[in-house]
Design a protein around this ligand. Structure first.
Ligand code: HSE
Length: 437
């Protein structure tokens, strides 16, 4: 049988990794797929990259539409990233009857509903394993391996850059900006690093996970998104003293009222496995009604780890090229006409325990004023730490409180009241606490 010809859009970190893995493992890949898979046509604005990667025997263009419109290309692999022109290229490829493999989480999270509808109409596949958690096969696990389950919730460390920053701050006392610069140099960070540190990248990935876990359309815009840029080294230290690690988590949870879909720094008990996922590594903890907890761990970014997922998708597509569209695994795990309209819940309605750090005047009665407000709001306190003042003359001290679970709206009201006290200086730092048990 003739080999399947791939058109590659982009030869950056992931594109280079994909070309390298396809070439290095060509023989083994052919044994798995049942036929050879070759990169035939590449679009890159840096043609010299092809020489660097030893890709001398293929066609190269600077116009990605040449690849998408080429009659010899059966599968278009989109590794450009971003919204545009990635969206136009993917839609054009589908229009031309080509299957698509993409690592583009932003594209799938924001335009996935439209792209999948078009793919459905044209009877082609759009595979996106690499869009979430790099090399971890979490899409396959959720869509196929856990298909028997009613998924209750999932919680994931799904941004390697953020996890790398938090780990280095905790273990080495390094500064935020310094670690971010290293993540950029290592090729982990997004082109716009605010996507990593402000949680947008994680929100893209979470909305994809939530959709395939619960059988709902993609709703990135409804994801509550909070980054890690306000976490201080003091928070990392205090959390540790209380028995917790701070992780930037994406959480999707099914409740009777709807679906929680939220990304924010979270304190997790140190004894949980996921609390010990460090550096650029990712992990996703999934709770299904039949299986209980399962945990998926691995490299969430980088050239060959991400290429591992891209190439697995290419092999999957090649295997089912001749299958009738209705017999393929649905893009969003559930049949398109069976997606539910379960609402995504506003953050004010969720319930969580909280860590609060506040700067307070160092004299008697301050703590009583704070706890009075919490008591009035029916917020029960689990632990209080008043840090030793830096000197006998110090006028201000840090107070750290850990609460039991409470409604977020009630907590917002209490925080506002406490911040308005004369004895409290500045804003209160709040971190949600999840036991994940
Ligand atoms: N910027 C992303 C991360 C790359 O740090 O996880 C992988 O999606």
């Amino acid at each position: 049988m003739n080999p399947v010809k791939i058109g590659l859009l982009g030869l950056g970190t992931v594109g280079g990794g994909t070309a390298t893995v396809l070439k290095r493992n060509a023989e083994e890949i052919a044994r798995r797929a049942g036929r050879g898979i070759i990169v035939d046509y590449v679009a890159t604005l840096e043609p010299e990259r092809a020489d660097e990667l030893g890709l001398n025997d293929l066609r190269i263009t600077q116009d990605a539409f040449d690849v998408v419109n080429d009659p010899d290309v059966s599968i278009v692999v989109e590794l450009i990233g971003g919204y545009s022109p990635a969206k136009e290229l993917v839609l054009q490829a589908i229009e031309n009857g080509k299957h698509v493999v993409t690592a583009n989480k932003a594209l799938i999270a924001v335009h996935g509903n439209e792209i999948f509808a078009k793919a459905q109409e044209k009877g082609v596949m759009v595979a996106f394993e690499a869009a979430v958690a790099g090399g971890i096969p979490i899409i396959k696990a959720l869509r196929e391996g856990l298909a028997a389950n009613n998924i209750q919730w999932l919680a994931g460390i799904i941004n390697g850059t953020g996890n790398f920053i938090l780990t280095e701050m905790r273990d080495k006392g390094r500064d935020f900006d310094d670690v971010l610069a290293e993540a950029q140099a290592l090729g982990y960070a997004e082109a716009d690093p605010t996507f990593d540190v402000e949680g947008i990248d994680a929100a893209h990935k979470l909305s994809i996970l939530s959709s395939i876990a619960f059988g709902i359309p993609l709703q990135f815009e409804k994801t509550y998104t909070e980054g890690i840029s306000k976490i201080s080294r003091d928070d990392v230290t205090y959390a540790s003293e209380l028995g917790y690690n701070i992780k930037h988590l994406g959480i999707a949870r099914r409740t009777e009222a709807g679906v929680e879909q939220r990304v924010h720094p979270t304190m997790i008990p140190k004894k949980r496995l996921i609390a010990n996922v460090n550096g650029v590594m990712n992990a996703i903890l999934v709770n299904g009604d039949a299986v209980g907890h399962t945990l998926y761990y691995g490299a969430g970014a980088g050239d060959e780890p991400t290429a591992s997922a891209v190439v697995a998708d290419i092999i999957d597509v090649v295997r089912v090229l001749t299958t009738d569209p209705e017999n393929r695994v649905p893009h969003l795990a559930f049949q398109p006409d069976s997606l539910a309209d379960t609402p995504i819940l506003p953050i004010e309605t969720i319930e969580s325990a909280y860590y609060l750090r506040m700067c307070a005047e160092n004299h008697s009665g301050v703590l009583a004023e704070v706890t009075k407000i919490l008591g009035e709001g029916n917020i029960s306190v689990e632990a209080i730490i008043q840090k030793e003042p830096e000197s006998d003359q110090a006028k201000q001290v840090d107070i750290i409180l850990l609460t039991h679970r409470v409604n977020e709206g009630d907590m917002n009201t209490a925080i506002q009241k406490i911040e308005s006290l004369d004895v409290i200086c500045g804003e209160i730092m709040r971190i949600r606490v999840e036991s994940l048990d």
